[in-house]
Design a protein around this ligand. Structure first.
Ligand code: SF4
Ligand code: SF4
Ligand code: FES
Length: 573
């Protein structure tokens, strides 16, 4: 019998008298969680080896010894009776919590983990109301383990998740346990700071407030955050993330589980990528001949320019940061050639469990190929401008830092050719060409990206854009409407519907809403994992970290009133 067949064999057992089945070889904890029965635990995590050191998962089993067993390291046997909530089991867990709390400070009021802390949660569920401990609590160090991770030793419960993560996932091994007993703490080896590309994941994995992302310390109480399920735009991996915001400002980005894409992880660079939306170099006002103007004035000028130019004389330029919907609109409203600029490669990293931080820093390079096919870096556009065949260029540049166009193309663009620019940054093009509109960062817009393995995923607007920014979809559809391409301005979902109809080979059969939280593969994609196999439903963070993100939350906002008397709906509709 093959191993796979053996693993699939089901083993009947009971928890507190209720019947369940375990897969052969599964532990009591794994089988219980898979069946929706929660047994508290700290040190166990599905991505890590079993340490069995926190003892929070104690249960009694029959057959088994009279003393309690740890559910995370007890394999289910046929007919096993698990007692997970009798008085003697709960008393055992109370004892464990009493030990864990013996040296733990009463930090909850100022601890950043408060509200998503497993120690806080289990104390509420299983703890004693009084403590017999009257001795002076031990003091353990509080220091930075690396550039982004702060260690508060007094809060550590020595579950060693962080140590095993660095040993078994990143393979960088920076962390270890020093000393013994209640004098033990987590530390780095001398001269080796915790500075691997995924170091922020140690703070996610820490079930208490002992490891904190220094970027997040004392920023916002977690219960005030509003999460949006989106995708990181830092590279072609397309990690699934919760963009967590308070007061319309992103406070942190944390990973969401998607096994074929990012498992439970995200890189530190991606965590910081939301900062690209708040740089001083951002364009946040429309411009007419370089001068700031109201959006409406710029739009009227753009419409005049656009309608006065034959479609065959209009080219487009864009980047690997444009969404599939923006690419589709650009291709629809222009008949001239197009060009795409990509961000240069950056650092890559692969974990021992197969998570890949891509060297390709363009979140939608595969989407460009799927929507536009073979497009060069702007060579044909340059030739068109130089030969006089192209009179107007629509530039859609949402690349942080601005696109780095080839020298020859820059020279051509500096000439008499006209341009309508939609730009995230206040680039020289936005400052010097006829009309410019501010563009949106990925944390501010709705749409889709195709990741490096061909998975089509949704980015969702988590916060508003600065100033009077309307964004790419609005402006491009306004231009297209003036040329009779569309009867009205659609949401990202509406544009996706048009895209799926126009490109059935790649997008046929897919619906915007059907992409859900984990996306779906394009036809012929390397990653063909169906949505129901993408998640184990075990979060990267502590088990008490409720995901505050709603999959299909609707953020309908009438963004403006156009002179023609219609509003643009923005959000997941
Ligand atoms: S710092 Fe956190 S993750 Fe690391 S051992 Fe302590 S409690 Fe566990
Ligand atoms: S690996 Fe890429 S997509 Fe994932 S968090 Fe990092 S930058 Fe973002
Ligand atoms: S989860 Fe079982 S001993 Fe820690």
């Amino acid at each position: 019998m093959s191993e796979t067949t053996t693993e699939r064999l089901e083993v009947p057992f009971t928890i507190d008298g209720a019947s369940y089945t375990a897969l052969k070889g599964e532990t009591v904890l794994e089988a219980a969680l898979r069946n929706g029965y929660f047994i508290p635990h700290y040190c166990w995590h599905p991505s890590l080896s079993i340490a069995g050191n926190c003892r929070m998962c104690l249960v009694h089993t029959k057959p088994g010894p009279p003393k309690p067993q740890i559910a995370c390291n007890t394999v289910v046997s046929e007919g096993m009776e698990v007692d997970a909530s009798s008085e003697k089991t709960l008393t055992a867990r109370e004892g464990i919590l009493e030990f864990l709390l013996a040296n733990h400070p009463l930090d909850c009021p100022i601890c950043d983990q408060a509200g998503e802390c497993d120690l806080q949660q289990y104390s509420f569920d299983h703890g004693r109301t009084t403590s017999k401990f009257s001795e002076i609590k031990t003091q353990r160090p509080r220091h930075d383990l690396g550039p982004r991770i702060r260690f508060n030793g007094n809060r550590c419960i020595l579950c060693t998740r962080c140590v095993r993560f660095c040993d078994e996932v990143t393979g960088t091994g920076e962390l270890t346990v020093v000393n013994r007993s209640d004098s033990a703490w987590i530390d780095v080896f001398p001269g080796v700071p915790l500075d691997n590309p995924l170091s922020g994941c140690t703070a996610d994995l820490c079930p208490v407030g002992a490891l904190l992302d220094s970027d997040w310390i004392h920023t916002t109480r977690v219960w005030l955050l509003r999460g949006t399920k989106s995708v990181c735009s830092g590279c072609a991996t397309g990690c699934n993330v919760n963009v967590e915001a308070f007061d319309d400002s992103v406070k942190r980005m944390t990973p969401r589980e998607n096994q074929p894409v990012n498992k439970w992880w995200m890189c530190d660079e991606g965590r910081d990528s939301h900062r690209e939306a708040t740089t001083d170099s951002r364009l946040n006002v429309a411009r007419l001949d370089g001068q700031p103007v109201k959006h409406q004035d710029a739009l009227e000028a753009a419409l005049d320019l656009f309608s006065a130019t034959p479609a065959a004389k209009i080219a487009y330029l864009t980047t690997g940061h444009a969404t599939c919907e923006e690419l589709h609109l650009l291709e629809t409203i222009t008949d001239g050639p197009g060009g795409v600029n990509y961000r240069p490669d950056g650092g890559a990293f692969e974990t021992l469990d197969g998570f890949k931080l891509s060297a390709d820093k363009n979140p939608n390079r595969a989407g460009v190929v799927a929507v536009l096919g073979d497009v060069d870096a702007g060579e044909r556009v340059r030739k068109g401008i130089e030969s006089g065949q192209i009179e107007l260029v629509v530039v859609c540049d949402s690349q942080p830092g601005g696109a780095n166009w080839d020298e020859g193309l820059v020279e051509a663009l500096k000439g008499d050719v006209k341009a309508i620019v939609i730009s995230l940054e206040d680039t020289w093009l936005a400052q010097t060409k006829q009309v410019a509109f501010p563009g949106l960062h990925a944390i501010e817009k709705d749409g889709t990206f195709v990741n490096q393995n061909g998975r089509l995923q949704r980015v969702r607007a988590a916060v508003s854009a600065p100033g009077d920014t309307r964004g790419e979809l609005d402006v491009l559809q306004e231009l297209g409407r003036s040329a009779g391409h569309f009867p009205r301005v659609l949401s990202a979902g509406g544009v996706f519907r048009r895209l799926a109809a126009a490109s059935p080979d790649a997008f046929g059969g897919l619906t915007y809403r059907g992409l859900g939280a984990v996306g779906l593969p394009l036809a012929g994609a390397a990653d063909q994992t169906p949505a129901d196999k993408c998640q184990t439903y075990y979060n990267a963070g502590p088990v008490s970290r409720e995901t505050r993100a709603q999959d299909e939350q609707t953020r309908v906002a009438v963004h403006r009133e156009s002179p023609l008397g219609y509003g643009t709906v923005r959000g997941n509709v």
